[in-house]
Design a protein around this ligand. Structure first.
Ligand SMILES: [Zn+2]
Length: 434
């Protein structure tokens, strides 16, 4: 792969978690439901049925956009995207073309590289088809489910970056409550647009004049394999002086190669035009300001704050910033608020699970006890010697095999040190001195 450089753009579809579907009143709780039990004239695509946009879904996509540093279009439109397929009986999908909800954002990778986002728009999902022998069966439960689509600019230059970006997107969608992003349920679907260019083209920031789209990527591993296979195929063609055809390809796991699917449509093939049944959506400055307030602190921001404010190591900060550790982050903050040393609090919460059950007060007391505890053998030895001298009978018992009697002696060392002696160290000393 030395001669050519990867140029990759991602399209990420995600189901938006709402109580009802995108343009009708049907319940969006479809994942366990029997086929065709969540349908109405609108999501069945019957003539004359009118769509009513779901504000809950729109807000969630805008919230994601704001978290990804996007600008929200103050005027946003729904458009009809025309194509014919059995799972789309209207003959068009309601989507967005010129005026998506969100535009021009970015997501920062761990390396500091910003992956630019071109747009995030909202659309309706199609029905689901099942092929059985010569028949095709259709389930309309999924038809009209709210779907967001994020499109990056072609700025991704390695499979690692593509996987990291997708994983971060999945985490963010879940963190914001935008969706469940379960890839096995098809709630998060990835598509990769792949082409190669020479180092000179990269220097001149010139893009290749083609791209190959790999659809239906349903796991991160799949993406890694599919992109690698497609890079090898394109490199071989280019080295032979051949042209790479712009098309859709699928990845065949058995042969570890990509295979052609239907030719990619140009945008005009879809004959986009504004959806006449839905007026333009206008969003005020106040609306956007209100929405911005709903964005919680994001993992990267938490990480930076913990390192900057409390001097945690970046490894410790990453632990507390992870979405699944939000309860521990709150615990950490309550400890710090109670004037506990941030380092001590972080170390204990990470390494000693029993600490996680303590209140700030209890933890504070435990720390004080730990500080006061005598563990130094040279300090304890005189106390141990005293106990051995004073309790000769018990010492004899121990030497005659009554092993339990050592606990009495440990107790006496504790009494002499007013409870400050470390029991473990005292026991060890007693054993060695007896
Ligand atoms: Zn419906």
């Amino acid at each position: 792969m030395s001669n050519y450089r990867l140029v990759l753009g991602l399209e990420i579809h995600f189901h938006v978690k709402t109580t009802r579907k995108m343009f009708c009143g049907c319940s969006a709780d479809i994942y366990e439901a029997d086929p065709n039990t969540h349908t109405c004239p609108t999501c069945l695509g019957l003539p004359g049925a009118l769509p009513v946009p779901n504000l809950e879904a729109i807000k969630k996509v805008q919230l994601l956009g704001l978290a990804l540093n996007c600008e929200l279009n103050k005027t946003s439109l729904f458009d009809r995207k025309h194509y014919f397929y059995p799972d789309l009986p209207k003959g068009y999908q309601i989507s967005q073309y010129k005026y998506p909800l969100c535009k021009e954002g970015f997501l920062e990778l761990a390396s500091g590289k910003k992956i630019e986002i071109d747009r995030i728009h909202m659309e309706e999902d199609t029905a689901k088809s099942f092929h059985e022998g010569q028949y095709t069966l259709l389930d309309f439960n999924k038809s009209g489910m709210p779907l967001g689509e994020l499109v990056t600019k072609p700025v991704i230059t390695s499979t690692d970056e593509a996987v990291e970006f997708s994983k971060k997107m999945q985490e963010l969608i879940k963190l914001l409550g935008v969706g469940d992003a379960d890839m096995e349920k098809g709630q998060l679907r990835l598509e990769a647009n792949i082409s190669l260019r020479t180092p000179e083209m990269e220097e001149q920031r010139r893009l290749p004049d083609y791209k190959v789209e790999i659809k239906n990527i349903n796991s991160f591993k799949f993406m890694e394999n599919a992109v690698t296979a497609e890079m090898i195929r394109q490199q071989e063609l280019l080295e032979k002086g051949e042209r790479v055809v712009q098309e859709n390809r699928g990845y065949d796991e058995a042969t570890k190669t990509t295979v052609p699917q239907r030719e990619k449509e140009e945008a005009h093939d879809y004959r986009y035009f504004p959806e006449p049944d839905i007026p333009p959506m206008l969003f005020s400055e106040e609306y956007v300001t209100e929405l911005k307030k709903q964005i919680p602190e994001l993992p990267e921001q938490i990480e930076r704050r913990l390192v900057r404010t409390y001097s945690l190591t970046s490894k410790q900060a990453t632990f507390f910033a992870h979405a699944s550790n939000v309860d521990l982050l709150h615990k950490l903050e309550s400890f710090i608020e109670a004037n506990i040393d941030p380092q001590e609090a972080a170390k204990n919460l990470i390494n000693r699970p029993e600490t996680r059950e303590l209140s700030a007060n209890e933890f504070s007391q435990k720390l004080k006890a730990q500080e006061a505890r005598i563990t130094d053998e040279s300090v304890l030895t005189p106390y141990v010697q005293e106990v051995i001298d004073e309790y000769g009978e018990v010492v004899v018992d121990y030497r005659n095999g009554k092993e339990n009697s050592i606990e009495f002696l440990v107790g006496m060392v504790m009494r002499k040190t007013k409870g400050k002696a470390d029991a473990e160290v005292s026991r060890k000393l007693l054993k060695s001195m007896l």
